[in-house]
Design a protein around this ligand. Structure first.
Ligand code: GLN
Length: 483
């Protein structure tokens, strides 16, 4: 039963082949048995899951239907869940039980999903390896000595190991697409404003976006359908109708114009990954797509711009964790300053502290113009590059990551080496565009992902291309040994 995709589960439940409670119990047992190897969950919500599964079975018995009714999922541990620990991977929020549900959580609960737990993540979503979590690193099920990618590494490892069919995740600079690539999953970062950020603990608010992680594009379509839509509680959420993502999955790719940015295939890309990306292009050409080289000339400035803007926003967002209102508080402070200093010094990990300092510096008087303002100008140039490219092509294709999943610990002494892993993913966040990563093969037993980018609100097009690709390839069906 654990091999079933969300779409297969929906059919099985509708045909009464099994109940949601049976399925939920099977997956909970699997999590208990296998997760100690992976560390992909921070909290397993067994009682909640059983009660939601029973409620879903009762709704179905009363005649209700719906593709997510009774479907087991998990939430990245930065989506607030009422009465349940919402830690954001940090000691700062280790004892924090959210007083309300995030919009994504309540929308999915209304659709009938069953929450199996909260997944591990890089502290405050800062990272590309899932090594900065207060709860320890997450292991990649394809090779337990390697990272699963980050920051949504817990969601990715759990889905890749078939502990559950799909999970929510968030992407500020690649945290859905990069772990999807490194664990052989399909992951979609929606257009900025497509999914409500209300109740999602903020890292960099102008970049953060929630989305689905699953094994197939078909499943991402189902989960995104439950997550997307206008929410008056998030002022950046856009009031655009949500299309039926499943309805366009099978559209023909005849004449689809694919752009390959020449900057994506230069130095720094593992040639074995480049070969697999080219193979995916061939497969899409066979389906009728036409390929064209394009240029995104400002891409080289994306990492420096992102690593000014994201820490700047983080330093502002994380100022609310002061030891007074919620979260960790140090023992026996001598005065207020001591309370602030020690609560933050003891509650935040090293990477979070580094980013707060970089961000506060970039925003400070005298440096604001030199760093923050310049970075914002680069952001606009990057967006303009994409707008020009999308006049010529329908989707942009390239590698999701420059390298394979590295060994746990290998980049611990070199934060910049880890930042460089985001080179292909962060531009979509800076421009606010939707992006998807899909499995495209293996090198030395480690997964490789291909990234697709599309114009604003064209999530349906991304899912369509990935779905057609998945009908002629089987990378997404392979399971890691031992899981
Ligand atoms: N690796 C990037 C960072 O550390 C992106 C993380 C994310 O998307 N949450 O900021």
């Amino acid at each position: 039963m654990h091999q079933l995709t969300l779409a297969e589960i929906a059919r099985g439940l509708a045909d009464k082949k099994f109940s949601s409670e049976e399925l939920t119990r099977t997956l909970l047992a699997r999590i208990n048995q296998l997760d100690p190897q992976l560390n992909s969950f921070i909290s397993v919500t067994e009682e909640l899951a059983i009660s939601q599964a029973r409620a879903a079975d009762a709704r179905r018995a009363a005649g209700e239907n719906g593709p997510l009714l009774g479907a087991p999922i998990a939430h990245k541990d930065l989506f607030c869940t009422q009465g349940i620990r919402t830690s954001c991977g940090s000691k700062m929020l280790d004892n924090f039980k959210a007083p309300y549900d995030a919009t994504v959580v309540s929308k999915l609960a209304e659709a009938g999903t069953v929450t199996l737990g909260k997944t591990n993540m890089d502290e405050f979503a800062m990272g590309s390896a899932n090594e900065s979590s207060h709860y320890g690193p997450v292991k990649n099920p394809w090779n337990l000595e390697h990272v699963p990618g980050g920051s949504s590494g817990g969601s990715a490892a759990a889905v890749a190991a078939r502990l559950l069919p799909a999970a929510t995740a968030t992407d500020t600079g690649g945290s859905i697409r990069q772990p999807a690539a490194l664990t052989s999953l399909t992951g979609l970062k929606p257009t900025y404003g497509r999914v409500s950020r209300w109740g999602m603990i903020a890292y960099a608010s102008s970049l953060d976006q929630g989305g689905p992680l699953a094994r197939t594009a078909e499943d991402c379509a189902l989960l995104l359908q439950g997550m997307a839509g206008f929410d008056a509680k998030d002022s950046t959420c856009i009031d655009e109708p949500v299309p039926d993502y499943s309805a366009s999955l099978n559209n023909s790719l005849q004449g689809l114009r694919i752009g390959l940015p020449k900057e994506y295939f230069g130095a720094g890309l593992d040639p074995r990954i480049a070969d697999l990306v080219q193979a995916s292009v061939k497969a899409l050409e066979k389906l009728g797509a036409v390929v064209k080289e394009i240029s995104l000339p400002n891409m080289q400035h994306a990492i420096p711009a992102y690593y000014v803007i994201a820490p700047a926003e983080a330093s502002s967002n994380l100022s609310r964790f002061d030891g007074v209102r919620f979260g960790y508080r140090c023992e026996n402070p001598v005065d207020l300053t001591d309370l602030y200093k020690r609560s933050r010094g003891e509650g935040f990990g090293i990477e979070v502290q580094r980013r707060i300092m970089v961000g506060a510096y970039a925003l400070s008087a005298g440096y604001y113009d030199a760093y923050y303002l310049q970075a914002q100008k680069i952001r606009r140039l990057i967006k303009n590059d994409f707008m020009a490219a999308f006049n010529e092509v329908d989707v942009i294709l390239g590698p999701t990551t420059p390298n394979l999943a590295w060994k746990i610990g290998a980049k611990n002494n070199d934060p910049v080496a880890e930042y460089l892993e985001d080179v292909y993913t962060i531009t979509a966040n800076l421009a606010g565009l939707p992006g998807l990563s899909m499995p495209a093969g293996f090198v030395d037993g480690l997964p490789v992902g291909v990234q697709l980018l599309a114009p604003y609100f064209q999530e349906g097009r991304l899912l369509n291309v990935a779905h057609r690709y998945q009908q002629v390839t089987d990378w997404h069906t392979r399971a890691p040994t031992g899981f």
